[in-house]
Design a protein around this ligand. Structure first.
Ligand SMILES: CC(C)(COP(=O)(O)OP(=O)(O)OC[C@H]1O[C@@H](n2cnc3c(N)ncnc32)[C@H](O)[C@@H]1OP(=O)(O)O)[C@@H](O)C(=O)NCCC(=O)NCCS
Length: 372
């Protein structure tokens, strides 16, 4: 059957590829809907653990359920064999590649790894989210020859995650800024990594295979890899004037500026970026330092709006927040993945529940009729 050209949308732009009850980017009403709630309100008022409960169970947890969920996430333990595997990998390997290997290897330590039964997947999800956060928090330390640290029972998930990442005690204001970034990253409809996970899950392959494909997708600089690229750009620039020069030079060479543009919000500001910008300013106010990064980001934002009509995405403002918190730059994209694991699991579970195999067609432009 020949497919008419009108069915082809390069990059699947504008194509509706899944029916979901999880989230929706309502650009007309400028709202990111997460299971019926506005993501911005969740970032302002909820805890990350509550959002995990909402994503997995389709409703906010009660206080007792939230406490039990947080305990299972904090008290989940990472098998020593996973840390052994990470120790054997070259420390020059990109952190997302090390994470991809660890996520794949976790399957070997889950007796139910091959089950694509939704009830089993929901029950195992909190442990997996806790394990992935602990692996991410220890990735750089292991590459530097240090011992991994486990999360401490009785401390919140967000505090444990941040304190393990930076290996020092952290203030409540720092924990809240970090937690708000986790919520901002937790779920965002159907980006490339979530689509990749759903495509793999649609063969009824298991959670670990689907998550591994999502790590691979998220590494790319057009997707999650943008947050670390933004930080390298800010450090290279050094000052607002330096950033202006750098951006103008890149634009003259027709290069892309990381942290700007978005398939869905191309000509408007990503609402999550606006909120992370507020988080950055609040963090700077609390610490009384770091104004340089806010000034640089503002200059970059102004130039890109004037020159290209492009606006920042979440990664643009997450980068300086993580930098001020003292998080190693190579871990910015792994943190995005750890935060997104909850959303990814919700999608994988939904795909398994209401499955239809993904198998699209092509617009063939190659030769025909060749003879041997
Ligand atoms: C996110 C992104 C991949 C979306 O891309 P897309 O929907 O496929 O849009 P296109 O690549 O077709 O870009 C449309 C136009 O905007 C330009 N553009 C888009 N993002 C740009 C950026 N960050 N810097 C410079 N120009 C950009 C493109 O060059 C293109 O211009 P043209 O029509 O003159 O060729 C793109 O905006 C990008 O590369 N951003 C930088 C990476 C990033 O921050 N990723 C994180 C996303 S959350």
């Amino acid at each position: 059957m020949a497919l008419p050209n009108k069915d082809y949308s390069p990059g699947l732009e504008g194509v509706i590829a899944a029916e979901t009850r999880i989230s929706f980017l309502d650009t007309e009403r400028e709202e990111i809907v997460i299971r019926g709630y506005n993501l911005l309100e969740l970032i302002r008022l909820a805890s990350y653990v509550e959002v995990v409960g909402l994503l997995l169970w389709e409703r906010l947890p009660t206080p007792e359920e939230r406490a039990a969920l947080e305990r299972s996430m904090v008290e989940s333990s990472v098998p020593n064999a996973i840390y052994d595997i990470l120790r054997r990998l070259p420390s020059t390997m990109h952190a997302m590649d090390r994470l991809r290997t660890a996520v794949s290897a976790l399957a070997g330590f889950d007796p139910e790894a091959n089950s694509s039964d939704a009830a089993s997947e929901i029950a195992r999800a909190p442990r997996l989210i806790g394990q992935i956060a602990q692996i991410v928090a220890n990735l750089s330390a292991i590459a530097n020859g240090q011992e991994p640290q486990s999360f401490v029972p009785g401390r919140s998930f967000a505090e444990n995650f941040l304190a393990t990442l930076v290996r020092r005690s952290v203030t409540p204001a720092e924990v809240r800024a970090f937690e708000q970034s986790l919520i901002a990253y937790s779920e965002h409809e159907l980006p490339n990594s979530t689509f990749a996970a759903r495509v793999v899950a649609s063969t009824l392959a298991d959670v670990y295979g689907a998550l591994t494909s999502a790590v691979a997708s998220l590494k790319g600089p057009l997707h999650g890899g943008a947050n670390e690229a933004v930080m390298y750009m800010l450090l290279e620039a050094g000052t607002p004037e330096g950033l202006e020069q750098l951006i103008r030079a890149k634009l003259a060479r027709k290069e892309r500026i990381m942290g700007f543009g978005h398939r869905v919000y191309m000509r408007r500001m990503d609402p999550r970026a606006q909120l992370l910008k507020e988080v950055l300013h609040e963090l700077i106010r609390q610490r009384g330092e770091g104004h340089l990064y806010a000034d640089m980001c503002q200059r970059g934002e102004d130039i890109m709006r004037a020159e290209k009509g492009l606006f920042p995405n979440l990664d643009y403002y997450a980068a300086p927040v993580y930098y001020l918190l003292g998080i190693p730059i190579e871990l910015y994209t792994p943190i995005f993945f750890a935060a997104r694991t909850a959303g990814l699991l919700a999608h994988i579970i939904e795909q398994h529940r209401e499955n239809r195999l993904y198998r699209p067609r092509v617009l063939y432009t190659g030769p025909r009729g060749l003879r041997l």
